[in-house]
Design a protein around this ligand. Structure first.
Ligand code: SF4
Length: 90
């Protein structure tokens, strides 16, 4: 992957979140979502529906679901995943 100035940008899949800057973390999440196979991935419409529900949920904290600890943008991307709340919102 190339940066704007043409240098190679590397993403570490085994790094802890504390080792990421925010931009790199978001890029890593986008990259993860983009690599999910079409047979596993939620549709774009379903993904956006889920994220809207998460964004309105009081269990969301800094992109993380405090029920399960997942980054919701990753959890919501797989069609067979569900909201982990006792009363699931999606
Ligand atoms: S996954 Fe469910 S509980 Fe977690 S933030 Fe989203 S809507 Fe809320």
């Amino acid at each position: 992957m190339q940066t704007e100035n043409g240098t190679e940008k590397r993403i570490c899949y085994r790094c802890l979140v504390r080792d990421f800057d925010e931009g790199a973390l978001m890029e890593s999440i986008r990259d993860y979502v983009s690599r999910i196979g079409a047979d596993v991935k939620a549709s774009d419409e379903e993904y956006e529906r889920r994220l809207k529900l998460c964004s309105e949920c009081d269990r969301l904290l800094s992109g993380t679901c405090t029920v399960c600890g997942c980054y919701v943008e990753m959890r919501a991307a797989a069609k067979n995943n569900s909201c982990p709340a006792v009363k699931p919102k999606w």
